[in-house]
Design a protein around this ligand. Sequence first.
Ligand code: URA
Length: 444
Amino acid sequence: MRMVDLIIKKKRGEELSCEELNYIIAGYCAGDVEEYQMSAFMMAVCFRGMTRAETAHLTEAMLHSGAKADLSSIAGVKVDKHSTGGVGDTTTLVVAPLVAACGGVVAKMSGRGLGHTGGTLDKLESIPGVRVERSVAELREIVERIGVCVIGQSADLVPADRRMYALRDVTGTVDSVPLIASSIMSKKLAAGTDAILLDVKVGSGAFSKTMDSALELARTMVGIGKRLNRRTVAVITDMSQPLGMAVGNGLEVLDAVKVLRGEIGRGDLLYEICMLLARHMLLLGGVAETEAEAARKLERALESGEGLRRLKLMVEALGGDAAYIDHPERLVRTRRRLEVTARRSGYVETLDALKIGAASSMLGAGRARKGDAIDHSVGIELHKRVGDPVASGEPLMTLLINDEARLDEALALADAAYSVGAEPVAAPAMVRAVIDDDETEAAI
Ligand code: URA
């Protein structure tokens, strides 16, 4: 077999066999396939796509490129949850402890924010003392003790993805369903849980800009999970506007605590999505038989404060100062707060998630490149959502600022995220579909 022939085969749109895909990934990891050949191959995949079978074989080849976490010693069905990335999406910090409080077992490896999207690890690290770079043995020990743990992706899992993702970033080959699906699922499968809940985002702030591509991504990933004997469900949720009303690391911890304390509740989008995800995790974990039973358990865990207690235990287990969970407002003290008000009365027509995420990142909450330092306390508080009435002069958002170097740029971007029109606007549906096998979907 020669790599050049396989690149040409994909360029012609032909289907590659399992052996051929194994050859590509093994060769790449061994240094026999050059970076420029891998780039050409991935560009061919971007243009020609892959069949579901090819994507599954590619995922398996990537999965076997490194170590796999063994969580089998932990009792119970271990459930993971993954979001394809969004803005103001702090659901993990609510859902993981809440599911544990209901008797579920949550073992999760999360990522960092990049570009306009946030990452759970950065949010956790806004709490002084938290250290997320942990071994699988530490993950096992913490999950056995308190039922929940979120750590960073272990470096020895899926080395093929680490290199391929870095290459995709600089060769314009990120936005391909087979490449995204295999990248996400190889890591989820290597992380060793029994069941996986996928939150596939759709809209301006997401990888999938259209419902068609989100459905294709969700179905492909669910198909891969099933093929490899993991219970997998995907929900497709809106990311045309930010999910929560706070965007930034400490700000999103604050919002998560508010949900767990019952201060953000029924009717709020963040609350509703958290409960939807948590219900599915309880069903996947076998902790509840029906959605109604799952909902009852979650309500009890919220009312009793057990969800909040599990978050504090997890923060402590990761070395953090849990006093910040009692006083999360201490995480968001900045030198300056700048309110942006509406210039006209009417209804919020758009609140662009991509622009808000990028503006928050520019204030220092995110990074342009892997490894950049971030400021955990800055970000943007939103006061209005799509569909909300607004009066001229009323606050639309507040920027939390420390460094003013890129403030003008961030302000212009955040300002452009909002548009206010004269006519009432319907809020976008937050949940678009639930997919629990690769062909069917339950529309919401
Ligand atoms: N997240 C990943 O892990 N991989 C992708 O390709 C896209 C999002």
